[in-house]
Design a protein around this ligand. Structure first.
Ligand SMILES: NC(=O)C1=CN([C@@H]2O[C@H](COP(=O)(O)OP(=O)(O)OC[C@H]3O[C@@H](n4cnc5c(N)ncnc54)[C@H](O)[C@@H]3O)[C@@H](O)[C@H]2O)C=CC1
Ligand SMILES: O=C(O)C1=N[C@H](C(=O)O)C[C@H](O)C1
Length: 233
């Protein structure tokens, strides 16, 4: 496939390596608003910055180029993209995290949330740790984890950065040089703590998942998620 990389930073470069290994060609690489013909590509992969994702994705949909986006921090405009995709009969996938391991972790989180819903003595928090260049907090993955808990445990209605309050899940965001992405969910009672954790050792899992999603999406129409791609859950 001919792939456009919209965003050629840490993730764009990791995706390029995997895409080439899987026999694809990179026809567009862009690191800013620039002139390119998106129709040169069969599929586009957006890992850019929160302020650029909406325009990058819209441009693809308006030109009937299937597009996947892993950019976090722009989701207040997600519903507009879904409407545009439907209007243009396009193809789109957003995932806060494309790695297979994290998508299994999302399922585990929901199962645990269901079990813990009956136990009132446990206090919950989510911790996420990322490198110091990350622009958004909390991470998109931490937000997806919080949403998975809220869906399965009526004790919680929302999440809140750094602060614990009734009915809100506190998400603690830490920034430490070079950390690719760690997420920890802890349920603590006076007696014990139950913890589940996902630690990325590098960016390869995110990049491989993104290329697999792009391969899967190339001949589809509609709005999909990684659950559709990986057929789990
Ligand atoms: N969904 C997932 O699995 C993952 C998502 N991410 C997310 O992906 C995004 C990118 O992450 P990194 O590559 O680590 O960041 P990065 O900062 O290394 O790269 C972002 C690149 O986007 C470029 N950019 C700025 N404006 C642009 C525009 N208008 N069009 C195209 N590119 C533009 C920047 O120049 C930079 O090269 C972040 O939002 C991050 O949270 C990161 C890892 C995994
Ligand atoms: O910015 C990153 O690096 C990452 N961002 C994603 C997020 O916000 O969840 C995914 C991953 O954790 C790495």
């Amino acid at each position: 496939m001919k792939i456009a990389l919209l965003g050629y930073g840490k993730m764009g470069k990791a995706i390029e390596t995997i895409a080439l290994q899987r026999g694809h060609t990179i026809v567009i690489k862009t690191s800013r608003d620039s002139d390119y013909n998106i129709n040169d590509a069969d599929v586009a992969i957006d890992f850019s910055v929160p302020s650029a994702a909406f325009n990058n994705i819209s441009n693809c949909l308006n030109n009937q180029v299937p597009v996947i986006s892993g950019t976090t921090g722009w989701l207040e405009q997600y519903d507009d993209i879904v409407s545009l995709c439907e209007k243009q009969k396009g193809a789109f996938i957003y995932a806060s995290n494309f790695s297979l391991g994290v998508n299994i972790f999302f399922e585990l989180n929901e199962t645990l949330a269901k079990m813990m819903a009956k136990l009132n003595d446990y206090k919950l928090d989510i911790e996420e740790i990322h490198h110091t260049q990350k622009l958004d907090a909390p991470s998109g993955t931490a937000i997806t984890l919080a949403e998975g808990i809220i869906k399965n445990n009526s004790a919680y209605q929302d999440w809140q950065l750094d602060t614990a309050s009734d009915k809100n899940i506190p998400i603690i965001a830490k920034r430490i040089p070079e950390v690719p992405g760690t997420h920890i969910i802890s349920y603590t009672s006076p007696i014990d703590t139950i913890k589940i954790e996902h630690e990325a050792h590098n960016r390869e899992g995110f990049a491989l998942g993104a290329v697999i999603a792009a391969e899967w999406l190339a001949d589809k129409t509609g709005v999909f998620t990684m659950k559709d791609v990986l057929n789990i859950g």
